[in-house]
Design a protein. Structure first.
Length: 249
């Protein structure tokens, strides 16, 4: 219902009837409310609030006086900036400004900028961009390339509820041989394809850490790697804790 007329028209009707509503009697107020509801499509309580509230300003009156800054550089300049930034190895704006005079002629000579957006105007724009402007224009590209951490551990709710948590008052281990173990997937931002994993075992008393590369998380690789790492520690292993809840004494 509220989408029956545009907001500007709804504001005009409300402002026009506000003074009449304030001076009208009970029956006339009811008639004015019906008129506002039929014209604007709002409910009765909303119409009453609109008529008894403050004056609804025109959108032009709500501006704070600031002038919107027009685009300083065109789309071709932004695309060229991103292309040059990528070829340079993704430097920050301050480094990019300094490197530009040296790199840009070499890129043009090598044909690395044979793109429709590499116009003379766009090339000239790069020469006058500030470091802050470059960083602002490159922010969307940086955000899209940011690596996001992923986890390969998905314990079931039953497992999570059955594992006790260490408390602040618990007595920490003092004798070496209490091992925490976990696997690290060297997969980058995706699980696609095959990648190496590392079994990491750390002694919680001394901090002694050993690593072993494995093909995947199959039990045979984990068992073999744990056996190999056990021989590398200079003390006997007494407790083995892993992130899947397995605890071996």
């Amino acid at each position: 219902m509220e989408g029956k007329i545009p907001m500007a028209a709804r504001r005009h009707v409300t402002n026009k009837l506000r003074s009449a509503y304030g001076q009208a009697g009970k029956s006339d107020k009811s008639r004015i409310l019906d008129e506002v509801m039929a014209t604007t499509g709002v409910g009765r309580s909303s119409a009453r609030r609109m008529l008894t509230g403050g004056h609804l300003p025109d959108p032009k009156e709500q501006l704070d006086g600031r002038r919107l800054r027009p685009k300083g550089f065109g789309d071709d300049s932004r695309l060229l900036l991103q292309r040059v930034w990528t070829l340079m190895g993704f430097p920050c704006g301050k480094y990019l400004v300094v490197m530009l005079d040296l790199w840009l002629p070499l890129m043009l000579k090598a044909g690395d900028l044979n793109q429709p957006f590499a116009t003379q105007e766009a090339i000239a724009d790069l020469g006058v961009m500030s470091a802050a402007t470059m960083d602002r224009y490159l922010q969307p590209a940086r955000s899209s390339m940011r690596l996001r951490g992923i986890s390969t551990t998905t314990p079931s709710p039953l497992l999570r509820n059955s594992i006790g948590l260490s408390k602040a008052g618990d007595t920490p281990a003092t004798i070496p041989g209490v091992i925490e173990a976990d696997t690290v997937a060297h997969c980058g931002p995706t699980f696609a394809g095959e990648f190496v994993r590392t079994l990491t075992m750390t002694d919680m008393v001394t901090g002694w850490t050993e690593n072993y590369a494995i093909r995947n998380n199959a039990s045979k690789w984990i068992t073999h790697a744990a056996g190999e790492l056990e021989t590398r520690f200079p003390f006997p292993l007494r407790v083995f804790d892993s992130d899947n809840g397995l605890r071996v004494h």
